[in-house]
Design a protein around this ligand. Structure first.
Ligand code: ADP
Ligand code: MG
Length: 296
């Protein structure tokens, strides 16, 4: 997943951990658009229309978020992701190439009928905005079935915590944008929850004093540019939180709050000016050096 993965068990067996790591690798392969054996590669290259149960379920979840977010989250974004090629590019693509890529970007081009998937109008998909969350959920499910009670699963910032850490909860940091890794803008304490952050500082390049990052607006075809530096979603299900964190970063604070009313999810918005804002059920406690986000 070109990111750091850690699974920490506070009880359970070495075996549980080994299986968790194996699961992560298997799922990563299944959803990797560059892996020729993956469902995603085969769909994108018209090599199949039938996918595994996991892929079908993940596509359903993705489409549902697309519908509710009015396309702010859109897995048909792949032509734009490839055009921008954020991790390798040194300058933005030509406007006419952006226009051309935009013509096939529309989640309505994707239809699902059980395990049968149809991609219309040359549509190609990228699950990068939701797969890590789904995999984290699967690892949690496996650990739970194995009897593990307390664990932290961290797939590149998609964090799932199991248990309540002896009643104290687990502390999750929200990274300060464009600062050294580990420098925090806020902290939150969660038990039996997931916290997923999408930020403009994670993958980007700079060109003529502008930042071009990896979360794209499916309407403009360009990296999102609004008041937000990052969004952290706190919820029960990591796949949903992952999709929502990407969607909310695109939507900005006001529209995100509207979207989140349809979910059992809270959000912490970190603005480019460094200020924090949250959904109504959270409060910011500024008594410490680093703001602490709590439930109301
Ligand atoms: P990260 O992968 O860094 O944790 P996200 O979960 O926000 O961050 O996912 C960003 C990835 O999702 C991008 O690298 C790209 O593959 C894909 N993506 C970019 N823009 C969108 C979008 N508007 N909707 C859905 N997926 C997107
Ligand atoms: Mg995401």
């Amino acid at each position: 997943m070109t990111t750091v993965v850690t699974v920490t068990l506070y009880d359970g067996e070495q075996d549980d951990l080994d299986i968790a790591m194996r699961l992560i690798k298997e799922y990563e392969k299944l959803f990797d658009r560059n892996n020729k054996d993956s469902d995603v590669y085969k769909l994108n290259n018209n090599l199949t229309t039938t996918v595994s149960g996991d892929t079908a379920i993940l596509l359903e979840k993705a489409l549902s978020i697309s519908e509710k977010s009015n396309g702010a989250f859109d897995i048909s974004i792949l032509p734009l992701v490839e055009l921008w090629n954020i991790t390798k590019a040194t300058k933005p693509p030509k406007p006419e190439d952006i226009e051309a890529a935009l013509t096939s970007v529309d989640f309505n081009n994707i239809s699902i009928n059980n395990n049968e998937i149809q991609l219309k109008n040359n549509c190609k998909i990228d699950l990068g905005g939701i797969a890590k969350g789904y995999i984290a959920d699967k690892v949690k499910e496996h650990l739970k079935n194995a009897g593990v009670k307390n664990a932290v699963i961290n797939l590149g910032g998609n964090i799932v915590v199991m248990g309540d850490n002896n009643g104290q909860g687990y502390s999750v940091g929200i990274q300060s944008p464009f600062k050294q890794m580990g420098e925090l803008s806020a902290r939150l304490t969660i038990s039996d929850m997931t916290a997923v952050t999408s930020g403009i500082y994670e993958r980007y390049f700079e060109y003529e004093n502008e930042i071009y990052h990896h979360i794209l607006d499916s309407k403009t075809g360009r990296p999102v540019n609004n008041e937000l530096a990052s969004v952290t979603i706190i919820a029960k299900e990591s796949a949903i939180a992952d999709g929502l964190s990407t969607a909310c970063l695109v939507l900005g604070i006001d529209k995100s709050k509207q979207l989140l009313k349809q979910y059992d999810a809270e959000a912490v918005f970190l603005k480019k000016d460094g200020s924090l804002s949250t959904t109504d059920n959270l409060i910011i406690d500024n008594s410490d050096n680093i703001p602490e986000i709590k439930r109301r």
